[in-house]
Design a protein around this ligand. Sequence first.
Ligand code: SF4
Ligand code: SF4
Length: 222
Amino acid sequence: MRREQTLEEISDGKLYDSNDMVKADCHDCEGCCDCCQGMGDSVILDPYDVHRLSVGLTKPVEQLLQECLELGVSDGNILPHLRMTGEKEQCVFLNKEGRCSIHAVRPGFCRLFPLGRLYEDGGFKYILQIHECPKTNRSKIKVKKWIDTPDLKNYEKFVNDWHYFLLDVQEVLYNAEDPDLIRNLNLFVVNRFYLKPYDQNQDFYIQFYERLKEGKELLALA
Ligand code: SF4
Ligand code: SF4
């Protein structure tokens, strides 16, 4: 999502890499589930999140969309996000004990929080958001340990390439006058990157980059 605020307003002002120590460790979030509720449509999922959920919960993406995810519009792109329900607008995966019921396959956003990413100059850095998590006794932890994601180098490359691809898609969508182009481009992103299953016996990233190549070719023609 495009930010209007300055780095100093939302973070401790520092930029972090995956090997840096950062005061993000919330001690297993004991007694708190603040970032699992009231998040509206902001917990946006990337193709790896949805693939990981689909494999981990052994459900096709169509079923996930019926039960626990929703499609929404974010900066012009149609993208899936976690569904919030009930009076407290809680994530569908939050259990009665206030814990995440899908911890092992939770999305990247949840792995990152209270960290965020600042994208600039074709890359990104991690930031520590200061207004999002109420825990005041957080300990220092290495960014990569906090994110807890295998094959981090390829994951970070994927996250970055996906972000900048979506920006390119947004650019085309914002400038498009033909409603068919807008519809077809949005359908392409949803169908090709999310709904079309990735072979779980093959490397996710190889499959993603095949699709990304297709997407970039389509943008070049738009
Ligand atoms: S707000 Fe902070 S302590 Fe609470 S669940 Fe989220 S990360 Fe954990
Ligand atoms: S997936 Fe888990 S960690 Fe993420 S918002 Fe839902 S309950 Fe919280």
